[in-house]
Design a protein around this ligand. Structure first.
Ligand code: MN
Length: 547
């Protein structure tokens, strides 16, 4: 198969940009480990392309793209670059380990952007596009070129820019609605016009894959994406849960399920997405980004398959198709959710774990079940998200553990010296130790107590609390990042008490630091980090001379 070409005229290539455009959502920043977890889940979901990041943007982005490129197989890995040599160099370097790399270069084409942001004439822009697409193509055979702000670009000029990019070697042409402005018929007309223009001038123009990338500022992203498919586009750029800049990007789950549910209308457009994995990936992205899906969100909202009104319930009980156009199972939500509570036995709990995609042996089941029963004492309703949070926290403990939490207490008050007191009991290599600490809050005091025992000098780089589910008795999920020397380590912890969740997350990070110190992992990391730093300084100079 040639790069950039998918088999079957009605096969739609899914280009997922959750890790790039999605991660640009305010507050969505993910750790390296979370990005790797999401990338693995996307590959298993069956997307064709994972846009892993924008390597010039930061050393962290470059390192993430490189690691994803190293690990992911059976999927194309894309990296973003402006039409600037340093950007392209950084992206090429990050993509080097990829089995199937794609370089994504973009340049603005609208007069608004050319005049106010890029400060180049139309002709100057064409020259830049020609040079930089050629430069990119010399490094990587699979090049996507995007006309930033395409939907607000003069159509004749857009046609000329696309021709320049194709002649320079671009294999995919993406015409994004960067600002979420276009309408479905207008978006379709743009693609039809550009494709006709190209077909008249460039030999083998039908080998070029056209791509659509929409933003949801007017709530039209999915509609525009589908209109583009009907106009001949064979690649869609989407994100899980529709996360992305401002109002977000086209949600992957909406387009995939619209094509499937209305196959009668769309006559056999297919994607490689395994729809029954959508629910799981949606939850994962929600947890990693902290961006909670609205209950009424199409396909992945918690109410998307819930029937509340009496008339609807009556109909669904008689026959599900009365009010359901697709089944909950088809997107990975188990139907007829049996309620899990204090009285659920191990078998029911194990079945729910299996439904959620976790196969556990007897020994792990024992530990997980104990945490589940403890949770039923503190929380009225146990949701799938609670169970997933417990399993995922527990999975972090799979390696050898130097430190384990046995007990803790802490106290703080509005009066008094303004200090919190805390004590912890830890098992360290099988021995029990106790220490106390003070701090300007309970978490601070507990971390101080832990540090008396653990003795790994570290600084707390970040600390986030989120609720796993809504409600006053929700579990708190805490994510911490610590720096030890020039390395960083993440940990996540869940508990109904956020103080306990904090201790758990901190100990996970410290255990990871301890096992790294023993040299059990990470040879490549330092190298990646050095490469990232080199590129950061390069990037700064380049941004200064900005296009
Ligand atoms: Mn975008």
């Amino acid at each position: 198969m040639e790069p950039g070409i998918t088999t079957g005229a009605r096969r739609i290539r899914v280009f997922d940009t959750t890790l790039r455009d999605g991660e640009q959502s305010p507050g969505a920043t993910m750790s390296l480990e979370e990005k790797l977890e999401v990338a693995t889940a996307l590959a298993e979901l069956g997307v064709d392309v994972i846009e892993a990041g924008f390597p010039i943007a930061s050393p962290g982005d470059l390192a993430a793209v490189r690691q994803i490129a190293e690990q992911a197989r059976g999927v194309t890995i894309a990296a973003l670059a402006r039409c600037v040599k340093a950007d392209i160099d950084a992206a090429v370097e990050a993509l080097r380990p990829a089995a199937d790399p794609m370089l994504h270069v973009f340049f603005s084409t609208s007069d608004i952007h050319l005049q106010h942001q890029v400060r180049l004439s139309r002709e100057g822009a064409l020259e830049r596009i020609d040079q930089m697409v050629r430069y990119a193509r010399a490094a990587v055979p699979n090049v996507e070129w995007s006309a930033m702000d395409a939907t607000r670009t003069d159509l004749d000029y857009l046609c000329r820019a696309v021709e320049v990019a194709v002649r320079a070697g671009a294999t995919t042409i993406n015409l994004p609605d960067t600002v979420g402005y276009t309408l479905p018929h207008e978006c379709a007309r743009m693609f039809t016009r550009v494709r006709e223009y190209l077909a008249e001038r460039v030999p083998n123009a039908d080998q070029i894959v056209f791509s659509t990338h929409n933003h949801d500022d007017l709530g039209l992203a999915t509609a525009n994406t589908i209109a583009a498919i009907e106009a001949g586009v064979r690649q869609i750029e989407v994100t899980v849960n529709g996360i992305g800049e401002r109002a977000g990007n086209t949600p992957l789950e909406e387009v995939v399920m619209a094509l499937r549910t209305r196959a009668d209308n769309y006559g056999g457009y297919t994607t490689g997405v395994r729809s029954e994995r959508i629910g799981g990936v949606s939850s994962l992205v929600g947890r990693c980004t902290g961006i909670v899906v609205a209950p009424n969100k199409a396909v992945v909202g918690s109410n998307a398959f819930a029937h509340e009104s009496g008339i609807h319930q009556d109909g669904v009980i008689k026959d599900r198709t009365t009010y359901e156009i697709m089944t909950a199972e088809s997107v990975g939500w188990t139907a007829d959710q049996l309620v899990l509570g204090k009285h659920s036995g191990r078998a029911g709990f194990r079945q729910r774990l299996a439904d959620l995609g976790y196969e556990v042996d007897q020994e792990r089941l024992q530990g997980l079940y104990a945490r589940f029963i403890a949770l039923t004492d503190r929380k009225k309703r146990i949701d799938d998200a609670d169970i997933v949070a417990i399993v995922e926290e527990e999975e972090q403990h799979s390696g050898p553990e130097a430190f384990a939490l046995l007990a803790w207490r802490s106290a703080s008050a509005s009066d008094g010296p303004g200090r919190a007191d805390a004590a912890v009991v830890l098992a360290i290599d099988g021995q029990e130790y106790e220490a106390s600490g003070t701090g300007n809050g309970q978490v601070d005091a507990l971390f101080a107590a832990i540090n008396h025992l653990v003795r790994i000098p570290n600084t707390l780089v970040s600390y986030h609390i989120d609720a796993v589910t809504p409600g006053g008795d929700a579990q708190g999920a805490v994510a911490v990042t610590i720096a030890v020397g020039d390395r960083t380590f993440q940990g996540r912890g869940v508990a109904t008490d956020v103080v306990e969740a904090s201790i758990r997350s901190y100990l996970v990070a410290l255990n990871r630091a301890a096992s790294a110190a023993k040299g059990t992992e990470h040879r490549g990391d330092a190298e990646t980090q050095r490469a990232a730093e080199r590129n950061e300084s390069k990037g700064r100079e380049e941004v200064a001379e900005r296009v």
